[in-house]
Design a protein around this ligand. Structure first.
Ligand code: NZQ
Ligand code: ZN
Length: 388
């Protein structure tokens, strides 16, 4: 295991009916921006619960954060936040609303020009000023509720870029499994596949003498395989929903990726498919991940074989055969959740996608992705073409 520093200051308030405790966690005297998405919280009653907790707090609302939140929309929230001297952001929603809150939080105090530059120039680690954030998570998937990452899209350039800043960890996040009951099946499936892939990005690399990290990762994968289909079949199963929720948070709160090699090339490529075609984030991962494992097979086969045995109980065959079988089982798992794994299942307009992604990566100097820097642009092209 490599050296590491682990820091995660987010307070988690987990459990059924914990949304009712929201006012206890808000800073007294705060001037709050309540941030939310397209209105699901108004239909499922979460908005009312939140408003009750906000009764004694000064607050303004900013609604309409879209899935894959857009810079253009968020800059309007930044203007509002500055005009109203907002000093706390309460994000109520899924990964998109939470990521939006992080961007708004660093953009409000930013004085060095256009905050989009923070994403383009990868300045996240230099940012220290941010408006503090609290969250009520309504969609278990991204882990945004307990990490410092944010992914923002820019409509004018059809780009989707990420940043990470320690200043963006939420101060607190409320994880109430009741929110799962109103989720459409499509979003539950997305959440399972997104969290699953987050674990794979931090686990499916090469052996690194980190057995505890491996077993953390494997236990999250096994739990997702066990409870994910239960939640998918019945979102009112509160026990399964709670366990699913905790898996998605643990999958990307920084813990399992410490001291071990990380990949993230599936995400790098997947984000382009959302930017180009508007495909749901998790579905882009389901399209790319299996082909990335195939193209990088020679480098990943040891971990793939371990994954086969420990996660899927595949015990027959050579290392290579088990590794191949594990890729097939992963694809079957995605299909069982109604998630298609080819780009052509989502768009007929895919010709030239590989070239476009390669040209974008070349422009950004993203020439060596993955845990070994061996996801070269040639391999990116091969992976994307295999995914058509
Ligand atoms: O906008 P509303 O009306 O709230 O509806 C949302 C949205 O349409 C709906 N929804 C959320 N909670 C609901 C609900 N509907 C019914 N009942 C509820 N309880 O679900 C739709 C999708 O929401 P969204 O927030 O977009 O989904 P998700 O949580 O999957 O977030 C995806 C975004 O997160 C980024 C992705 O790139 C994408 O932009 N990611 C963020 C990461 C991070 N911060 O660490 C890591 C991830 O890899 C990912 O890249
Ligand atoms: Zn993801």
């Amino acid at each position: 295991m490599d050296k590491f520093t682990f820091y995660n200051p987010t307070k988690i308030i987990f459990g059924i009916d914990t949304i009712a405790t929201l006012s206890e966690h808000l800073p007294i005297g705060a001037n709050i921006m309540l941030l939310y998405g397209g209105g699901s919280i108004k239909r499922n009653g979460i908005y009312e619960q939140v408003k009750k907790s906000l009764a004694n707090f000064t607050h303004v609302e900013f609604a309409g954060v879209e899935p894959n939140p857009r810079y253009e929309t968020l800059m309007k929230a930044v203007e509002l936040g500055r005009a109203e001297n907002v000093n706390f952001i309460l994000a109520v929603g899924g990964g998109s609303v939470l990521d939006a809150a992080k961007f708004i939080a660093i953009a409000i105090p930013y004085q060095n020009g256009d905050p989009w530059e923070i994403l383009v120039k990868r300045l996240g680690s230099t940012i220290t000023a941010a408006v503090p954030i609290g969250t009520v998570l309504t969609l278990p998937a991204t882990g945004s509720e307990m990490n410092a990452n944010s992914v923002i899209s820019r409509e004018s350039t059809r780009e989707k870029l990420a940043f990470s800043s320690l200043a963006c960890f939420p101060v607190f996040s409320i994880l109430d499994p009741r929110v799962v009951s109103s989720l459409p099946q499509r979003q539950i499936a997305n959440g399972i596949v997104d969290a699953f892939t987050h674990v794979m990005e931090q686990y499916l690399t090469y052996p690194a003498d980190a057995p505890l990290q491996d077993r953390f990762a494997e236990s999250i994968l096994q739990t997702l395989i066990e409870v994910g289909p239960k939640v998918y079949a019945n979102p009112n199963d509160l026990t399964a929903a709670g366990n699913f929720m905790w898996c998605t948070t643990m999958a990307l709160n920084g813990l399992i990726g410490k001291g071990v090699p990380n990949d993230w090339a599936t995400h790098n490529i997947g984000h382009e498919l959302t930017a180009l075609f508007g495909i749901d984030h998790a579905r882009t991962l389901a399209i790319i991940a299996p082909n990335l494992y195939r193209v990088l097979f020679a480098f990943k086969k040891e971990k793939l074989a371990q994954y086969a045995t420990r996660v899927w109980n595949i015990t027959e065959g050579s290392n290579e055969e088990r590794a191949q079988a594990a890729i097939s089982r992963t694809v079957e798992f995605f299909h069982s959740l109604g998630i298609q794994t080819k780009l052509s299942d989502y768009t007929s307009d895919y010709a030239g996608t590989a070239e476009e992604i390669v040209s974008r990566f070349t422009r950004r100097n993203w020439l060596k992705l993955g845990e070994n820097g061996n996801v070269t642009i040639e391999r990116v092209k091969e992976i994307v073409e295999m995914s058509y």
